[in-house]
Design a protein around this ligand. Structure first.
Ligand SMILES: CC(C)(COP(=O)(O)OP(=O)(O)OC[C@H]1O[C@@H](n2cnc3c(N)ncnc32)[C@H](O)[C@@H]1OP(=O)(O)O)[C@@H](O)C(=O)NCCC(=O)NCCS
Length: 209
């Protein structure tokens, strides 16, 4: 099913697509029982390609989004929570039953790749597959810096920051941390972050004293 950008709320016999009218969304779906839901007041642009069955792409954010989503498998989920903005990211899901879930109020910079799979197999000498990809979980209020890579089977907990040019390769369950580097490690604990520029926030705090 190829949908032009002007369509909205289209239910055909095979897929359910609820996307805003006249927005910059390019979408192509091959398969059945896929569910795509994007709020009517979404901003920015999206390119969506789904090949497979029973997949879900659920966008709850109405903030600026510049996002490319590729799902090439079945029963996978990609979710972007309320209040999250994304200046340039690509989400790729290639393994059945896997998911990329991004919480609320996150801030993604540009040139970010999130992959739920290595796309090709690593096997042991007997041929047993060693690198099955499952989920990527990003909590609430997480800031991902520029040029980051987030790979399969990873987690970034609430209120955390990923430093620029980092490669996140494992689960970080501890909230309020800065993780950075390749492979990313915790470089600071007990932090929080705000969207304002540091000098503006400092001025605001000094004026309030
Ligand atoms: C990660 C970041 C937030 C850290 O800022 P900070 O709190 O001032 O941290 P510091 O500069 O004190 O660095 C702490 C440690 O992490 C290391 N570090 C910081 N950023 C790093 C990075 N991107 N990769 C690897 N190590 C990094 C520092 O070398 C330092 O190591 P040390 O303790 O061994 O000396 C900042 O470096 C960053 O990457 N910001 C992202 C900016 C961005 O992408 N903006 C785009 C607009 S959304």
């Amino acid at each position: 099913m190829y949908l032009p950008t002007w369509c909205n709320k289209k239910i055909d016999s095979e897929n359910f697509v609820d996307i805003p009218k006249w927005k910059n969304i390019r979408i192509s779906i091959k398969g059945k029982n896929n569910n795509v839901s994007i709020p009517q007041d979404m901003r920015g642009k999206m390119k969506i390609k789904i090949h497979g069955n029973d997949n879900k792409l659920i966008i709850k954010s109405s903030e600026d989004l510049d996002v490319r989503v590729t799902i090439s498998c079945s029963n996978a989920t990609v979710e972007i929570g309320k209040g999250t903005n994304i200046s340039g990211a690509s989400f790729t899901v290639f393994e059945n039953n896997s998911s990329i879930k991004i919480g609320e109020d996150c801030m993604f910079s540009k040139d970010i790749e999130v992959w739920c799979s290595d796309a090709h197999s690593i096997c042991d000498k007997e041929g047993k597959v060693l690198n099955i990809g499952k989920n990527v979980e990003i909590g609430n209020h997480v800031w991902i810096g520029r040029h980051c890579y987030i790979t399969k089977n990873t987690k970034i907990a609430d209120n955390s920051i990923v430093g620029w040019c980092s490669n996140v390769t494992r689960k970080f369950d501890e909230p309020n941390v800065i993780i950075a580097g390749n492979p990313a490690q915790i470089v600071k604990r007990n932090i929080s972050w705000r969207r304002e520029r540091p000098q503006n926030l400092l001025d605001e705090q000094q004026n309030a004293e």
